[in-house]
Design a protein around this ligand. Structure first.
Ligand code: NAD
Ligand code: UDP
Length: 318
């Protein structure tokens, strides 16, 4: 099978490519390298079954493929809020072009949607039939509303044009290859503790998140793509932690001497988030297997190597 991964040089995309390549597929990685890095896909560049195309999905492209994992979109608030109009274009025009491509070549398309479609949820935990509590004009809207429109587009192409779609609602995912400067909570706390800096907890740290290790998520994405169910299906780890608990866990694991520094809570920061994964369990036979402690250890090790290696400055530039 020839498989297109948009956003393939990014954090989740590159782990997915590793799995697809090792299972003998032919892969095309399409990326504009906004938050993706060549170093994430470096090991496949000489492989004859791998191709990389530098392309921005806000422009159309013609390719012959059997499946499309559509992941291209910056995921961290710092990066998606840097140019909100671009984020909307990526989600709306980019998804439209990818669905158009899927329609033309009769490929199956999996959309990487997000728990952000639930906004600051009033229902807990969040199941797929909850319609969300999203601010249409806040700092997170370009991403949240962009993904909501992307889901609408996917279902309308499915109903109107018989495009085969799969929609994954991904909850917070972490692991090796997260960018050092992406401002997400796991990468921030790990980098801060490795550098002996205070851990920046926003608000009083009582807001919650549920963290899924990247290999579990990739497994869920592949099961969804190759299964019979359109979705939307939540993919995430239902173990819920307060942000203060996460800070203390990483502090204890990496450097107990670091302090915790409480900073103001960003606007529209969701208070609680936990996936109901009943659908993923029953329809895909999927549930996460990597406990937080174990996943954090692997993540810390990756950051330690990247920050400490003499190669670090050179690698950071590719
Ligand atoms: P990432 O920022 O590491 O990867 C996104 C990739 O898309 C990058 O390689 C980037 O260069 C590329 N990209 C961005 N805009 C593009 C454009 N216009 N044209 C071509 N390429 C473009 O993020 P990630 O964490 O790997 O997330 C991947 C997908 O999963 C995203 O769609 C994101 O919304 C979704 N998701 C991620 C999480 C998470 O916790 N990581 C949670 C929910 C949803
Ligand atoms: N957060 C924090 N300190 C940081 C970065 C994030 O306390 O240095 C908080 C943030 O306010 C949010 C949670 O951690 O409540 C998760 O933030 P992240 O940006 O990782 O993901 P999202 O808000 O999109 O779930």
């Amino acid at each position: 099978m020839r498989i297109l991964v948009t956003g393939g040089a990014g954090f989740i995309g590159s782990h997915l490519i590793d799995r697809l390549m090792t299972s003998g597929q032919e892969v095309i990685c399409l990326d504009n390298f906004y938050t993706g890095r060549k170093r994430n896909i470096l090991k496949w560049l000489d492989n004859p079954y791998f191709e990389v195309i530098r392309h921005d999905i806000t422009e159309p492209i013609r390719l012959e493929v059997d499946q499309i994992y559509h992941l291209a979109c910056p995921a961290s608030p710092i990066h998606y809020q840097y140019n909100p109009v671009k984020t909307i274009k990526t989600n709306v025009m980019g998804t439209l072009y990818m669905l158009g491509l899927a329609k033309r070549v009769k490929a199956r398309l999996l959309l990487a949607s997000t728990s952000e479609v639930y906004g600051d949820p009033e229902v807990h935990p969040q199941s797929e039939d909850y319609r969300g509590n999203v601010n249409p004009i806040g700092p997170r809207s370009c991403y949240d509303e962009g993904k909501r429109v992307a889901e609408t587009l996917a279902f309308d192409y499915h109903w109107q044009n018989n495009v085969e779609i799969r929609v994954a609602r991904i909850f917070n995912t972490y692991g090796p290859r997260m960018l050092e400067n992406d401002g997400r909570v796991v990468s921030n706390f790990v980098v801060q503790s490795l550098k002996g800096q205070p851990l920046t907890v926003y608000g009083n740290g009582s807001q919650t998140r549920s963290f899924c290790y990247v290999s579990d998520l990739v497994d869920g994405l592949m099961r969804l793509m190759n299964g019979e169910h359109t979705g939307p299906i939540n993919l995430g780890n239902p173990d819920e932690y307060t942000i203060l608990e996460l800070a203390q866990t990483i502090q204890k694991m990496v450097n107990p001497d670091t302090e915790i520094d409480f900073k103001p809570l960003p606007e529209d920061d969701p208070k609680r988030r936990q996936p109901d994964i009943t659908k993923a369990k029953t329809l895909l036979g999927w549930q996460p297997t990597v406990p937080l402690q174990e996943g954090l250890k692997l993540t810390v090790e990756d950051f330690r190597q990247r920050l400490g290696s003499p190669e670090a400055p050179r690698l950071a530039s590719i």
